[in-house]
Design a protein around this ligand. Structure first.
Ligand SMILES: [Ca+2]
Ligand SMILES: [Ca+2]
Length: 122
């Protein structure tokens, strides 16, 4: 199950994803009317802290500003399951941030994959 971020339309957004998890992780960020941006954490085994970003780590929120975020995990890099998602947003001084945290299966630390989208204000 994905969540939808309601971002002002046609706004440039930064994208960072970080992980703290043993399982494989996949984050799929889809701005309305655009191709999905899919980021993977492919290392499995020991718990791994990792920040991942695509070479093009910014995107436009598009004509509606609706951006969906889906986070999945896998134990074998073949079969993927939906993570539990927790969504929030905050404004700090001149920056606004949307955060989607996720839990894959085990310990409820909700940091297995965390997607952060940011825009400047004003
Ligand atoms: Ca966890
Ligand atoms: Ca974790």
């Amino acid at each position: 199950m994905s969540v939808t971020l309601n971002i002002p339309a046609n706004t440039n957004c930064g994208l960072v994803v970080f992980c703290n998890s043993a399982y494989y992780q996949k984050a799929i960020v889809t701005p309305s009317g655009q191709d999905p941006i899919t980021l993977y954490k492919t290392t499995s085994g020991a718990s791994t802290n990792l920040m991942i970003s695509s070479p093009n780590q910014s995107f436009s929120s598009g004509s509606t500003g609706q951006v969906t975020v889906d986070i999945q995990y896998s134990t074998d890099n073949k079969t993927w399951s939906e993570s539990q998602l927790s969504q929030g947003s905050l404004g700090v001084s001149t920056t606004y941030m949307w955060v989607v945290a996720s839990e894959d299966a085990n310990d409820n630390d909700y940091n297995d994959t965390v997607v952060v989208v940011n825009t400047p204000i004003g």
